[in-house]
Design a binder for this molecule. Structure first.
Ligand SMILES: Nc1ncnc2c1ncn2[C@@H]1O[C@H](COP(=O)(O)OP(=O)(O)OP(=O)(O)O)[C@@H](O)[C@H]1O
Length: 412
């Protein structure tokens, strides 16, 4: 029987900054109730340890040859959590603890938290209601610049938010002589030094197909994606064919990138200038951050249609950086799509969004998948309700690296 009070905070509602989160560590009522020794389990804390290793070579979460810098997202989180739990905290603030973690790890960590909850006060920040820890019995609110105790927790709802039903705008760019098979991994194995990561991968992505790439943390999803986009040299000299050409022998990285629309939440941080929503989307035609030449009337018209499709008509002249997080994601997807790429890579596009916002992004992906010729490669640890992907490629981790299997998709 859990006698402590544990808190949950719905962070889709508050507009919190990092210092606010850190400030909770010093909150008097919390320290009076739980004790003074508090830890913040957060991406923010991880960044500090990464910085420490990068700048000073100082390792806190790893020892010996092991480096935090080369660990995958999930591996880093696990290291941080184990370190903080070993310090016997009085309370711990879990800042979206499950984002980016695979289902197996989430289930394991949930068990760890259950045991921890008997001796330690837990404060959980969440955006997805499925993440709320069962023992969290009180809501936390943000009021007048402080965290205050609330009452009941919100119940989970099923969200059916949908994007407008407008048709997909006309293509501005045409790609000639495009191969039917866009991506072709032929018996590809990859290792980092002595460490095997991928073994004998065979995978074909054809035009117009929609795929979800799955696999536990550290199974090699990012490695696989970076071989496609050209951000990793690992594909060179291997039987990897991108848009029909063997990697390294045909098209340049730049030419490959032109045919790929790439969306990841990290991109939003890159556009923190004065760019309007409209300029952001038009910039996608040339993959430029700002606009270096005056857009044509047709380009403006097509951008307007994309803006209408994502339902941001009233925000076209607004600055991108001032948009809500979900609006930014929708704009990034429209920006990636305006050049009519044969391949759209969506790397955790719903990361850290709330239930309703994630449903909106999923709805846009479904619209693109059914209404355009684009092949979609969707990477996420979550099984998004309502996402219509017809194929799944799963990486199974093993001693000699991960193997890949095509699986029947149960979504949609
Ligand atoms: N530059 C590198 N040097 C050494 N090891 C690396 C390097 N890059 C990746 N790795 C290792 O390769 C493995 C696969 O990493 P990758 O980031 O591709 O996994 P992932 O499936 O994307 O993981 P996650 O879901 O946690 O993001 C991990 O064990 C990681 O530590």
């Amino acid at each position: 029987m859990v006698s402590r009070t544990h808190y949950a905070f719905n962070s889709t509602k508050g507009n919190l900054r990092k210092p606010d989160l850190v400030g909770l560590l010093e909150e008097e009522w919390l320290q009076d109730e739980a004790g003074e020794k508090g830890y913040l389990f957060s991406e923010y804390t991880l960044q500090k340890y990464l910085d420490l290793e990068y700048r000073l070579g100082e390792k806190v979460l790893t020892s010996g040859e092991e480096s935090l810098l080369t660990k995958s997202t999930g591996e880093r989180k696990k290291l941080l959590l184990n370190y903080q739990l070993a310090q016997n905290p009085d309370f711990i603030i879990l800042d979206h603890p499950f984002d980016g973690l695979d289902a197996e790890t989430v289930a394991h960590i949930k068990e760890q938290f259950k045991v921890l909850a008997e001796t330690t006060t837990i404060i959980q920040f969440y955006t997805r209601s499925e993440d709320i820890l069962a023992f969290c019995n009180m809501a936390l609110h943000w009021k007048d610049g402080r965290f205050v105790k609330g009452r009941t927790l919100e119940k989970a709802k099923f969200f059916q938010h949908k994007i407008s039903q407008k048709p997909i705008p006309k293509a501005l760019v045409t790609y000639y002589n495009l191969s039917e098979v866009l991506i072709d991994f032929r018996d590809i194995s990859v290792a980092f030094g002595e460490k095997p990561v991928l073994q004998h991968i065979n995978w074909q992505v054809k035009r117009g197909e929609s795929w979800q790439l799955t696999g536990v943390n550290g199974s090699g999803k990012t490695t696989l994606l970076s071989m496609i986009t050209g951000d990793s040299v690992k594909g060179y000299g291997k039987e990897l064919y991108i848009f029909g050409s063997k990697k390294g022998s045909g098209e340049s990285v730049w030419e490959i990138k032109k045919k790929i629309g790439y969306v990841t939440p990290v991109l939003t941080e890159r556009f923190d200038g004065m760019h309007s929503v409209s300029d952001m989307i038009i910039g996608g035609i040339y993959d430029s951050v700002g606009l270096y030449k005056r857009p044509t009337t047709l380009e403006r018209k097509i951008a307007e249609e994309w803006i209408e499709l994502i339902g941001l008509q009233d925000k076209a002249t607004k600055r991108f950086r001032d948009l809500s997080e979900v609006a930014k994601r929708l704009v990034l997807i429209a920006r990636a799509m305006i050049k009519n790429p044969p391949l759209l890579i969506l790397d955790e596009p719903t990361f850290a969004l709330g239930d309703a916002d994630a449903a909106l992004v999923v709805s846009l992906i479904n619209t693109l998948s059914s209404g355009s010729d684009v092949a979609i490669l969707f990477v996420s640890h979550r099984t998004e309700p309502g996402l219509e992907v017809s194929k799944k490629f799963h990486l199974t981790k093993g001693e000699k690296g991960s193997t890949g299997q095509e699986r029947i998709s149960l979504t949609g």
